[in-house]
Design a protein around this ligand. Structure first.
Ligand SMILES: *Cc1c(COP(=O)(O)O)cnc(C)c1O
Length: 362
């Protein structure tokens, strides 16, 4: 098959076509050097220019001030669940966690191995459909940090604003909505994101960390778990994911060309609205999973009247080149992931399919 199809995968997810084409055109000879970017030293001047450009792109798109360092790690966002408490939580310290979905649940579990991890909010019993308002939370007075997940990828639950607290460092897992809209970066002490949802391929994790947090890393930390050591060596303590960083650089250039994160937010709102409108106007045939005020712009989750229909829906959609719509194995249902790179025409095509499917089965 040479035609591209509409890929609703939650991650690894679709990348911009022009990024893939650029990578393809440079695959055998990067910048005319006669070698692929995958085949050259991470300590070469060629790769230096790639990692510098990727950092510059991220800095400019996200408006990252100079007192924050940009790191490219491995181990996925999942390793950050451990690295955060290992670096910032002592056995007798408390950290506050806001648990709005499966990823936040995994994060607090790792923190509890290290110190006192308090769930300020946990909506698991009601099916992870909601986000709290920031004001209703009872923050610990002595927390060393507050952790939350800005977009819960599996349930399709997203916070609509940045947490704004003074004093306590805010740490956020932004894996599935980073760069989907502008954020107020200075409200955060640490942001991390696995690249494979919105900014690149799997195997590279972006960490944006404020200098005062680097200063808090305990002495005698295991080297590869030590943010300060990694920052000092510019993410090159060991061999980084050179290919992944290269693709992130290309994605940043694509985003700049598109007009940056404000434009992305406009497009993402537009795409999500089309899909949620189709759900809401289906006379209850399609039922959105998340509460309306917590609906994700990135992962649109919904159910059909029965599991049998959901299975049929996903299978028929796949046959019509609408792939990856089956919900996460832990929750079932349907999930349409519509990250930055996912085109509006794909959303419109899905809505057409949904209308036809409902006419037959509704
Ligand atoms: C995908 C995802 C993760 C896990 O990412 P890995 O890179 O597979 O470790 C963590 N948090 C969120 C919000 C995610 O979407």
């Amino acid at each position: 098959m040479s035609e591209r199809i509409y890929n609703f995968s939650a991650g690894p997810a679709c990348l911009p076509l022009s990024v893939l084409q650029k990578a393809q055109s440079e695959l055998l000879s990067f910048n005319g050097i006669g070698m692929s970017i995958m085949e050259i030293s991470h300590r070469s001047s060629h790769f230096d220019s790639v990692i510098d450009s990727a950092k510059q792109g991220l800095r400019s798109l996200l408006d990252i001030p100079e007192n924050y360092q940009i790191l490219f790690l491995q181990g996925g966002a999942s390793l950050q669940f451990s690295m955060i408490p290992i670096n910032f939580l002592k056995p007798d310290n408390t950290a506050d966690y806001i648990v709005t979905g499966a990823w936040g649940k995994k994060a607090i579990k790792e923190a509890a191995r290290v110190g006192n991890a308090v769930a300020l909010y946990n909506s698991e019993d009601s099916g992870f459909k909601s986000t709290p308002s920031w004001e209703e939370l009872d923050y610990s007075s002595n927390a060393t940090y507050i952790h939350y997940t800005s977009n819960e990828t599996i349930e399709g639950v997203e916070f609509k604003s940045d947490l704004d607290v003074t004093g306590t460092p805010v740490i956020c897992d932004m894996s599935s909505n980073i760069m989907s809209k502008p954020i107020d970066l200075e409200k955060y002490a640490v942001i991390y994101a696995g690249a494979q949802k919105n900014i690149g391929p799997s195997g590279v994790t972006l960490v944006i960390i404020r200098d005062d947090m680097l200063a808090k890393v305990p002495e005698n930390q295991h080297t590869l778990l030590d943010y300060r050591a990694i920052a000092k060596k510019d993410s090159m303590l060991n061999t980084p994911n050179t290919w992944g960083i290269y693709i992130i650089d290309l994605v940043c250039k694509w985003l700049e060309e598109k007009g940056g994160l404000k434009e992305m937010e406009r497009e993402n709102k537009d795409k999500a609205q089309i899909l949620y409108d189709a759900i809401d106007s289906s006379d209850g045939f399609y039922r959105g999973h998340a509460d309306r005020n917590a609906r994700s712009l990135m992962n649109v989750t919904f159910n059909l009247p029965s599991e049998v229909l959901e299975k049929q829906f996903a299978e028929e959609a796949t046959a019509q080149s609408l792939d990856g719509l089956k919900g996460h194995r832990s929750v079932g249902g349907i999930r349409a992931s519509i990250y930055n790179a996912f085109p509006k025409e794909g959303v419109e095509t899905l809505v057409g399919f949904m209308d036809r499917f409902r006419e037959i089965h509704g």
